[in-house]
Ligand binder design. Structure first.
Ligand SMILES: NC(=O)c1ccc[n+]([C@@H]2O[C@H](COP(=O)([O-])OP(=O)(O)OC[C@H]3O[C@@H](n4cnc5c(N)ncnc54)[C@H](O)[C@@H]3O)[C@@H](O)[C@H]2O)c1
Length: 317
């Protein structure tokens, strides 16, 4: 298959590129290598693919029509997997305009081109954050998601709406995937597990928001990639699907697992809960199980052990 993968230099995108190239797809990664975190990390994420047959990297922005036009003119894509986004919840509170531009306008650009160039399927990376604080636990895809509590969440919900409208008007097959806090090797350095590991390892204090009772459904990257690949391969018309682990871990327990793997104690800097952060996420994944054959199996204990192993081998240098 010919696949356009936006954001393919990032944490999840690079794992997906590895998987797709490995099974023989032709993958063009479009990524602007922005400096939200070190672009050298993003280049390193893709280093193993540099000479792989079927892999192409284009450094460019999803907001630039000329780059998008060139890419679509040069290739006929079967599937567009749209992962490129501004992804931090807290940073979105500081700079909502940038999030709106990249996550809404950028998504619309790709949807329009997918229709015009007769792409068979569009896969969109959405987020558990669209559920906000008001949804009943576990979160089901049938919940209303019109109470997002961060600009990031609002732009992801808007992206989902644009996907639906495009499907409705033009029949584009779209699978919207709501990822629940992904982690594992290559995790973004701003995300909690990576940040805590780095700080505890250096003997520095970690920001510990609230009383430690907030809970997240942490999902191992390999499990999420299984779900994304299944979504790439299935024409479901239009569907929204949770990709989580369907288990929750309290912040305090998370810190304890990292401490155990590092063999070091954390120094906590206790801070109030941050505006934009939700208290709890937990996915109902029965729909993804049914429609995608999704079957995540990595416990947070196993996954963090693998993350810390990767951190020790690479990120510390
Ligand atoms: N990691 C998670 O826990 C999580 C949870 C929910 C949703 N998501 C979504 O999954 C996707 C991937 O997340 P990630 O954690 O791998 O983030 P990431 O930041 O590592 O990857 C995103 C990539 O998109 C690229 N990008 C950003 N703006 C761009 C633009 N204008 N043009 C071209 N490329 C651009 C970045 O350079 C980066 O390499 C994002 O859409 C994110 O919102 C992630």
């Amino acid at each position: 298959m010919q696949i356009l993968l936006t954001g393919g230099a990032g944490f999840l995108g690079s794992h997906l590129a590895d998987r797709l190239v490995g099974r023989g797809d032709a993958v063009l990664v479009l990524d602007n290598l922005n400096s939200y975190y070190d672009p050298a990390v993003k280049r390193a994420n893709m280093a193993g693919l540099a000479d792989a047959p079927g892999f192409t990297f284009v450094e460019g922005d999803i907001l630039h029509d000329n780059i998008l036009g060139d890419i679509f003119a040069a290739r006929k894509f079967d599937v567009v997997v749209h992962l490129a986004a501004r992804a931090g919840v807290r940073a979105s509170v500081e700079n909502p305009g940038l999030y709106e531009e990249v996550n809404c306008r950028g998504t619309l650009n790709l949807l329009n081109l997918a229709v015009r160039r007769k792409v068979a399927r569009f896969v969109f990376a959405s987020s558990s954050s669209v559920y906000g604080n008001s949804a009943a636990v576990p979160f089901r895809e049938t919940e209303h998601v019109n109470r997002p509590i961060s600009p990031y969440a609002a732009t992801k919900a808007a992206g989902e709406l644009l996907c639906y409208t495009t499907h409705h008007l033009y029949g584009l097959s779209v699978n919207v995937l709501r990822f629940f806090t992904a982690y594992g090797p290559r995790q973004r350095p701003d995300m909690a597990i990576h940040k805590f590991t780095r700080l505890i390892d250096r003997g520095e204090s970690i920001p510990f928001y609230g009383d430690g009772s907030s809970e997240r459904d942490y999902t191992y990257c390999g499990d999420i990639i299984d779900g994304v690949v299944a979504a790439i391969d299935r024409d479901l018309g239009f569907e929204i699907l949770n990709l989580g682990e369907s288990r929750t871990t309290k912040l305090s327990a998370l810190v304890a697992i990292i401490e155990k793997n590092l063999g070091k104690k954390a120094v906590l800097e206790k801070l109030p809960l941050q505006p934009g952060d939700v208290q709890r996420t937990c996915a109902d994944i029965s729909k993804a199980r049914r429609l995608l054959g999704y079957n995540p199996g990595t416990t947070v204990e196993e996954g963090i052990a693998r993350f810390v192993e990767w951190y020790r081998a690479t990120a510390k240098r």
